[in-house]
Design a binder for this molecule. Structure first.
Ligand SMILES: C[S@@+](CC[C@H](N)C(=O)[O-])C[C@H]1O[C@@H](n2cnc3c(N)ncnc32)[C@H](O)[C@@H]1O
Length: 276
Protein backbone atom coordinates (compact mmCIF):
# COMPACT_ATOMS: atom_id res chain seq x y z
CA UNK A 1 0.00 0.00 0.00
CA UNK A 2 1.21 3.52 -0.81
CA UNK A 3 2.67 5.52 2.08
CA UNK A 4 1.00 8.79 2.98
CA UNK A 5 3.20 10.20 5.71
CA UNK A 6 5.86 12.88 5.41
CA UNK A 7 9.38 11.72 6.31
CA UNK A 8 12.34 13.92 7.18
CA UNK A 9 14.81 14.14 4.32
CA UNK A 10 18.17 12.98 5.73
CA UNK A 11 19.98 15.73 3.81
CA UNK A 12 18.24 18.63 5.60
CA UNK A 13 15.82 17.20 8.20
CA UNK A 14 12.86 18.96 6.59
CA UNK A 15 9.70 17.07 5.56
CA UNK A 16 9.42 15.20 2.26
CA UNK A 17 6.16 13.72 0.95
CA UNK A 18 5.73 10.28 -0.66
CA UNK A 19 5.24 10.24 -4.44
CA UNK A 20 4.78 7.61 -7.14
CA UNK A 21 7.82 6.89 -9.29
CA UNK A 22 6.04 8.46 -12.29
CA UNK A 23 6.70 11.83 -10.61
CA UNK A 24 10.26 11.56 -11.91
CA UNK A 25 8.96 11.81 -15.48
CA UNK A 26 6.91 14.91 -14.64
CA UNK A 27 10.00 16.59 -13.18
CA UNK A 28 12.11 15.51 -16.13
CA UNK A 29 9.67 17.19 -18.54
CA UNK A 30 9.53 20.32 -16.38
CA UNK A 31 13.33 20.48 -16.35
CA UNK A 32 13.60 19.90 -20.10
CA UNK A 33 11.03 22.59 -20.85
CA UNK A 34 12.88 25.12 -18.70
CA UNK A 35 16.18 24.23 -20.35
CA UNK A 36 14.79 24.36 -23.89
CA UNK A 37 13.11 27.74 -23.30
CA UNK A 38 16.29 29.34 -21.90
CA UNK A 39 16.94 31.45 -25.04
CA UNK A 40 13.63 33.28 -24.78
CA UNK A 41 13.92 33.61 -21.00
CA UNK A 42 17.39 35.10 -21.33
CA UNK A 43 15.92 38.10 -23.18
CA UNK A 44 13.99 39.07 -20.04
CA UNK A 45 16.87 38.73 -17.56
CA UNK A 46 19.47 41.37 -16.77
CA UNK A 47 19.76 45.03 -15.82
CA UNK A 48 16.75 47.06 -16.88
CA UNK A 49 14.85 43.97 -18.10
CA UNK A 50 11.37 43.04 -16.88
CA UNK A 51 12.34 39.63 -15.46
CA UNK A 52 11.26 36.00 -15.81
CA UNK A 53 9.21 34.35 -13.06
CA UNK A 54 8.36 30.79 -12.09
CA UNK A 55 5.02 30.47 -10.29
CA UNK A 56 4.42 27.12 -8.54
CA UNK A 57 0.89 27.34 -7.07
CA UNK A 58 0.76 23.79 -5.63
CA UNK A 59 4.44 23.50 -4.77
CA UNK A 60 4.58 20.80 -2.05
CA UNK A 61 7.64 20.59 0.25
CA UNK A 62 10.37 20.96 -2.36
CA UNK A 63 11.62 17.41 -1.67
CA UNK A 64 9.85 14.06 -1.90
CA UNK A 65 10.61 10.37 -1.56
CA UNK A 66 9.56 7.60 -3.92
CA UNK A 67 6.91 5.40 -2.30
CA UNK A 68 8.30 2.25 -0.69
CA UNK A 69 11.94 3.34 -1.15
CA UNK A 70 14.59 5.48 0.52
CA UNK A 71 15.12 7.49 -2.64
CA UNK A 72 14.66 11.23 -2.05
CA UNK A 73 14.22 13.60 -4.99
CA UNK A 74 13.76 17.33 -5.56
CA UNK A 75 10.18 18.58 -5.83
CA UNK A 76 8.93 20.90 -8.56
CA UNK A 77 10.00 24.28 -7.09
CA UNK A 78 13.60 23.07 -6.69
CA UNK A 79 13.60 21.25 -10.04
CA UNK A 80 12.39 24.44 -11.73
CA UNK A 81 14.80 26.76 -9.96
CA UNK A 82 17.87 24.55 -10.42
CA UNK A 83 17.10 23.90 -14.10
CA UNK A 84 16.97 27.65 -14.78
CA UNK A 85 20.09 28.37 -12.71
CA UNK A 86 22.12 25.52 -14.21
CA UNK A 87 21.46 26.69 -17.77
CA UNK A 88 22.47 30.23 -16.78
CA UNK A 89 19.09 31.86 -17.23
CA UNK A 90 17.87 31.84 -13.62
CA UNK A 91 14.31 32.89 -12.90
CA UNK A 92 14.33 36.36 -11.38
CA UNK A 93 11.47 35.54 -9.00
CA UNK A 94 10.05 32.22 -7.79
CA UNK A 95 6.54 32.47 -6.35
CA UNK A 96 5.44 29.46 -4.33
CA UNK A 97 2.13 28.51 -2.77
CA UNK A 98 0.64 25.48 -1.03
CA UNK A 99 -2.39 25.07 1.24
CA UNK A 100 -0.24 23.05 3.68
CA UNK A 101 1.83 25.59 5.59
CA UNK A 102 4.36 23.05 6.85
CA UNK A 103 5.14 21.95 3.29
CA UNK A 104 5.17 25.53 2.03
CA UNK A 105 7.61 26.59 4.77
CA UNK A 106 9.88 23.64 3.94
CA UNK A 107 9.87 24.55 0.23
CA UNK A 108 10.62 28.16 1.10
CA UNK A 109 13.55 27.21 3.33
CA UNK A 110 14.99 24.85 0.73
CA UNK A 111 14.73 27.38 -2.09
CA UNK A 112 16.27 30.13 0.04
CA UNK A 113 19.14 27.79 0.94
CA UNK A 114 19.71 27.17 -2.79
CA UNK A 115 19.99 30.90 -3.38
CA UNK A 116 16.62 31.22 -5.16
CA UNK A 117 14.84 34.61 -5.23
CA UNK A 118 11.80 33.01 -3.58
CA UNK A 119 8.56 34.68 -2.51
CA UNK A 120 6.18 32.65 -0.37
CA UNK A 121 2.41 33.05 -0.56
CA UNK A 122 -0.18 30.85 1.17
CA UNK A 123 -3.95 30.77 1.54
CA UNK A 124 -6.78 30.25 -0.90
CA UNK A 125 -5.27 29.54 -4.30
CA UNK A 126 -7.59 31.93 -6.17
CA UNK A 127 -6.99 34.81 -3.73
CA UNK A 128 -3.23 34.17 -4.00
CA UNK A 129 -3.43 34.20 -7.81
CA UNK A 130 -5.48 37.40 -7.88
CA UNK A 131 -3.03 39.12 -5.59
CA UNK A 132 -0.07 37.84 -7.58
CA UNK A 133 -1.31 38.87 -11.01
CA UNK A 134 -2.13 42.33 -9.68
CA UNK A 135 1.44 42.76 -8.43
CA UNK A 136 3.62 41.00 -11.00
CA UNK A 137 5.53 43.01 -13.57
CA UNK A 138 3.15 42.99 -16.59
CA UNK A 139 6.09 43.10 -19.01
CA UNK A 140 7.90 40.10 -17.55
CA UNK A 141 7.86 36.55 -18.90
CA UNK A 142 5.88 34.26 -16.60
CA UNK A 143 5.78 30.48 -16.35
CA UNK A 144 3.30 28.81 -13.99
CA UNK A 145 3.11 25.19 -12.91
CA UNK A 146 -0.36 24.07 -11.77
CA UNK A 147 0.15 20.66 -10.21
CA UNK A 148 -2.69 19.84 -7.80
CA UNK A 149 -3.86 16.42 -6.70
CA UNK A 150 -6.88 15.32 -8.73
CA UNK A 151 -9.14 17.72 -10.62
CA UNK A 152 -9.23 20.38 -7.92
CA UNK A 153 -7.91 23.19 -10.10
CA UNK A 154 -10.47 26.03 -10.33
CA UNK A 155 -10.84 27.38 -13.86
CA UNK A 156 -10.92 30.87 -12.32
CA UNK A 157 -7.23 30.48 -11.38
CA UNK A 158 -6.36 29.97 -15.05
CA UNK A 159 -8.65 32.84 -16.11
CA UNK A 160 -6.81 35.10 -13.70
CA UNK A 161 -3.32 34.01 -14.88
CA UNK A 162 -4.45 34.51 -18.48
CA UNK A 163 -4.69 38.25 -17.86
CA UNK A 164 -0.87 38.36 -17.94
CA UNK A 165 0.51 39.36 -21.33
CA UNK A 166 3.28 36.74 -21.47
CA UNK A 167 2.48 33.55 -19.66
CA UNK A 168 2.94 29.83 -20.26
CA UNK A 169 1.17 27.29 -18.06
CA UNK A 170 2.10 23.69 -17.42
CA UNK A 171 -0.98 21.97 -16.00
CA UNK A 172 -1.41 18.56 -14.40
CA UNK A 173 -4.78 17.08 -15.40
CA UNK A 174 -5.58 13.87 -13.55
CA UNK A 175 -6.76 11.21 -16.02
CA UNK A 176 -7.05 8.81 -13.09
CA UNK A 177 -9.44 11.03 -11.13
CA UNK A 178 -11.53 11.60 -14.25
CA UNK A 179 -11.73 7.88 -14.98
CA UNK A 180 -12.32 6.66 -11.43
CA UNK A 181 -14.82 9.27 -10.36
CA UNK A 182 -16.61 10.26 -13.57
CA UNK A 183 -19.86 8.45 -12.71
CA UNK A 184 -19.99 9.96 -9.22
CA UNK A 185 -19.01 13.47 -10.32
CA UNK A 186 -21.61 13.59 -13.07
CA UNK A 187 -24.33 12.80 -10.52
CA UNK A 188 -23.25 15.43 -7.98
CA UNK A 189 -24.72 18.89 -8.42
CA UNK A 190 -21.48 20.65 -7.47
CA UNK A 191 -18.58 18.34 -8.25
CA UNK A 192 -14.87 19.16 -8.86
CA UNK A 193 -15.71 19.06 -12.57
CA UNK A 194 -17.87 22.18 -12.17
CA UNK A 195 -14.92 24.12 -10.75
CA UNK A 196 -12.49 22.66 -13.25
CA UNK A 197 -14.57 23.34 -16.36
CA UNK A 198 -17.59 25.55 -15.60
CA UNK A 199 -20.37 25.14 -18.16
CA UNK A 200 -19.35 21.59 -19.12
CA UNK A 201 -22.83 20.19 -18.39
CA UNK A 202 -24.27 22.09 -21.37
CA UNK A 203 -21.46 20.91 -23.65
CA UNK A 204 -20.98 17.23 -22.80
CA UNK A 205 -23.43 14.45 -23.58
CA UNK A 206 -23.25 12.23 -20.49
CA UNK A 207 -25.60 9.67 -22.06
CA UNK A 208 -22.95 8.53 -24.57
CA UNK A 209 -20.44 5.80 -23.66
CA UNK A 210 -18.37 6.99 -20.72
CA UNK A 211 -15.01 7.04 -22.46
CA UNK A 212 -16.37 9.28 -25.24
CA UNK A 213 -18.04 11.57 -22.70
CA UNK A 214 -14.78 11.95 -20.77
CA UNK A 215 -12.92 12.80 -23.94
CA UNK A 216 -15.56 15.40 -24.84
CA UNK A 217 -15.19 16.87 -21.34
CA UNK A 218 -11.42 17.28 -21.73
CA UNK A 219 -11.89 18.73 -25.22
CA UNK A 220 -14.43 21.23 -23.82
CA UNK A 221 -11.89 22.29 -21.16
CA UNK A 222 -9.17 22.73 -23.81
CA UNK A 223 -11.56 24.82 -25.97
CA UNK A 224 -12.44 26.98 -22.95
CA UNK A 225 -8.74 27.76 -22.49
CA UNK A 226 -8.48 29.07 -26.05
CA UNK A 227 -11.22 31.59 -25.27
CA UNK A 228 -8.89 33.10 -22.66
CA UNK A 229 -6.47 34.27 -25.33
CA UNK A 230 -4.05 31.37 -25.38
CA UNK A 231 -2.65 30.11 -28.67
CA UNK A 232 -4.78 27.55 -30.50
CA UNK A 233 -2.52 24.58 -29.99
CA UNK A 234 -2.72 22.89 -26.59
CA UNK A 235 -0.50 19.83 -26.20
CA UNK A 236 -1.48 17.03 -23.85
CA UNK A 237 1.30 14.60 -22.90
CA UNK A 238 0.16 11.42 -21.20
CA UNK A 239 2.08 10.06 -18.21
CA UNK A 240 1.37 6.38 -17.58
CA UNK A 241 2.00 4.04 -14.63
CA UNK A 242 4.08 0.87 -14.47
CA UNK A 243 1.20 -1.17 -15.97
CA UNK A 244 0.79 1.40 -18.72
CA UNK A 245 -2.39 2.72 -17.08
CA UNK A 246 -3.14 6.42 -17.82
CA UNK A 247 -2.29 8.55 -14.77
CA UNK A 248 -2.33 12.15 -15.86
CA UNK A 249 -1.73 14.53 -18.71
CA UNK A 250 0.76 17.34 -18.59
CA UNK A 251 -0.76 20.09 -20.66
CA UNK A 252 1.10 23.09 -21.98
CA UNK A 253 -0.98 26.21 -22.58
CA UNK A 254 0.80 29.29 -23.85
CA UNK A 255 0.26 32.79 -25.16
CA UNK A 256 3.01 32.41 -27.77
CA UNK A 257 3.18 29.54 -30.28
CA UNK A 258 6.92 29.05 -29.80
CA UNK A 259 6.21 27.58 -26.36
CA UNK A 260 4.44 24.63 -28.03
CA UNK A 261 7.55 23.95 -30.10
CA UNK A 262 9.63 23.86 -26.93
CA UNK A 263 7.11 21.56 -25.24
CA UNK A 264 7.03 19.24 -28.24
CA UNK A 265 10.82 18.95 -28.12
CA UNK A 266 10.73 18.32 -24.35
CA UNK A 267 8.08 15.62 -24.79
CA UNK A 268 10.05 13.93 -27.58
CA UNK A 269 13.05 13.73 -25.27
CA UNK A 270 10.83 12.58 -22.40
CA UNK A 271 9.12 9.95 -24.64
CA UNK A 272 5.52 10.61 -23.60
CA UNK A 273 2.40 10.02 -25.68
CA UNK A 274 0.26 12.81 -27.07
CA UNK A 275 -3.51 12.82 -26.65
CA UNK A 276 -4.90 15.03 -29.40
C1 LIG B 1 0.88 16.89 -6.41
S1 LIG B 1 1.32 17.78 -4.98
C2 LIG B 1 2.49 18.92 -5.57
C3 LIG B 1 3.79 18.34 -5.93
C4 LIG B 1 4.80 19.32 -6.45
N1 LIG B 1 4.28 20.15 -7.50
C5 LIG B 1 6.02 18.55 -6.96
O1 LIG B 1 6.00 18.14 -8.13
O2 LIG B 1 6.96 18.38 -6.20
C6 LIG B 1 -0.07 18.81 -4.74
C7 LIG B 1 0.09 19.84 -3.62
O3 LIG B 1 -1.10 20.64 -3.64
C8 LIG B 1 -1.37 21.06 -2.31
N2 LIG B 1 -2.78 21.49 -2.30
C9 LIG B 1 -3.91 20.76 -2.23
N3 LIG B 1 -4.99 21.55 -2.31
C10 LIG B 1 -4.54 22.82 -2.46
C11 LIG B 1 -5.16 24.08 -2.61
N4 LIG B 1 -6.49 24.21 -2.65
N5 LIG B 1 -4.39 25.18 -2.75
C12 LIG B 1 -3.04 25.08 -2.74
N6 LIG B 1 -2.39 23.91 -2.58
C13 LIG B 1 -3.13 22.80 -2.45
C14 LIG B 1 -1.03 19.86 -1.48
O4 LIG B 1 -0.73 20.22 -0.14
C15 LIG B 1 0.19 19.27 -2.22
O5 LIG B 1 1.39 19.70 -1.62
Amino acid sequence: MAEREARPDPTDGLPAMPVGDWTVQKHELLKLYIEISRGVRGKFIGNGKAGATFIDLYCGAGRAYINGTNTFIDGSPLVGWKASRDCRTPFTQIHINDSDTELLDAAHQRLAQSGAPVIKHGGDVLAVTQNLTANLNPDALHFALLDPFNLILPFEVIRCLATLKRIDLLIHVSAMDLQRNWARYTQQTNSPLDQFAPGWRDAVDTAQPEERARLQFVQYWADSLKKLGFADETRFELITGTKNQPLYWLVLVAKHEIAQKFWKTAAQHGKTRQMF
